[in-house]
Design a protein around this ligand. Structure first.
Ligand code: CA
Ligand code: CA
Length: 189
């Protein structure tokens, strides 16, 4: 009985405090300490995927909350990390989009975070603005990008977590405190 209660309490402690499927690109691996996650679903447009990514967050070390956004691939090494870390067979959305149609097909591309548009990895012949209506980007298994019709749906996107909240929200402290109190109470029994 005691063992069963320990397991249940352990699940209660671990799940809300540290659960995440996100993968860190560590400094040891030449990375930036950002976290990345491949999110799969039944099919979202680029606009829907962007909103979904921006509603997500991870807790680092139990207290630092990092908010997500569609991934920004601003270097060859970041692009290579994503390509090796995840199966990209669903050709997920990434955080590149066209701010206007005044310079098709390759002009006015931007990252959702406003980071500089310098590194590019378009697939051969892309972007091509097929049918005059491709203004959002996704990534192939090879790591190369394609511009696609924004209202098309894709069953995956990649989220990057790096936007730190300055102060953990009260709810976070309450959760951490409750977890700690529950653990101390259990050890004292
Ligand atoms: Ca990035
Ligand atoms: Ca295209």
């Amino acid at each position: 009985m005691r063992r069963l209660l320990t397991i249940i309490l352990g699940i209660f402690l671990v799940l809300p405090c540290s659960f995440s499927a996100a993968v860190e690109w560590t400094t040891l691996a030449g990375g930036n300490q950002h976290f990345y996650e491949l999110v799969t679903n039944s099919g979202l447009t680029w606009v829907q995927a962007k909103a979904d990514a921006e509603s997500r967050w991870v807790l680092v070390n139990g207290v630092t909350k990092l908010w997500g956004h569609l991934v920004t691939l601003t270097s060859a090494s970041e692009n290579a990390f994503i390509t090796s870390a995840f199966s990209l067979s669903a050709t997920p959305w990434i955080g590149a989009y066209q701010t206007s149609k005044l310079a098709e097909p390759a002009g006015n591309w931007a990252w959702v975070t406003g980071e500089a548009w310098s590194y590019i990895n378009w697939s051969t012949g892309e972007p091509n603005d097929s049918n005059g209506d491709e203004d959002a980007a996704h990534i192939y298994t090879s790591g190369a990008w394609n511009d696609l019709h924004n209202p098309s749906t894709i069953t995956a996107y990649i989220v990057e977590y790096d936007l730190a909240a300055p102060i953990p929200e009260p709810g976070t402290w309450i959760l951490v405190s409750l977890c700690s109190m529950a653990f101390i109470w259990w050890r004292k029994r």
